[in-house]
Design a protein around this ligand. Structure first.
Ligand code: FES
Length: 98
């Protein structure tokens, strides 16, 4: 299967039952979705945007995102690409946020 992550097409052949939050944090190194209550799905700390709509990543299995496009803040990944950050990302980065 494949999906779009922050505008890039990503092939995925892993566990279809893995949560999107686990994938983001463990496979992509995107730690902005936080684990506040997983797998309860009540606090919203893990929220990402899927096709423009909020989605709690801790309760979304990878099979659910096939063919979808989603967005996650990618502060740590962007540290290697600081010149490409949006103004709000630069402000967070400059204050040591992640
Ligand atoms: S970690 Fe609380 S809703 Fe996902």
């Amino acid at each position: 299967m494949e999906f779009k992550l922050n505008g890039n097409t990503i092939p995925y052949e892993g566990d279809p039952e893995m949560s999107l939050m686990t994938y983001l944090r463990d496979e992509e190194g995107i730690i902005s979705p936080k684990d506040g209550c997983a797998p309860e799905g009540v606090c919203g700390c893990c929220t990402v945007l899927m096709d423009g709509n909020p989605l709690k990543a801790c309760i979304a299995p990878m099979r659910r995102i096939e063919g979808k496009g989603w967005t996650a803040v990618r502060i740590l990944y962007s540290r290697n690409h600081h010149e490409n950050l949006a103004p709000v990302q630069s402000a967070i980065f400059d204050r040591k946020g992640s």
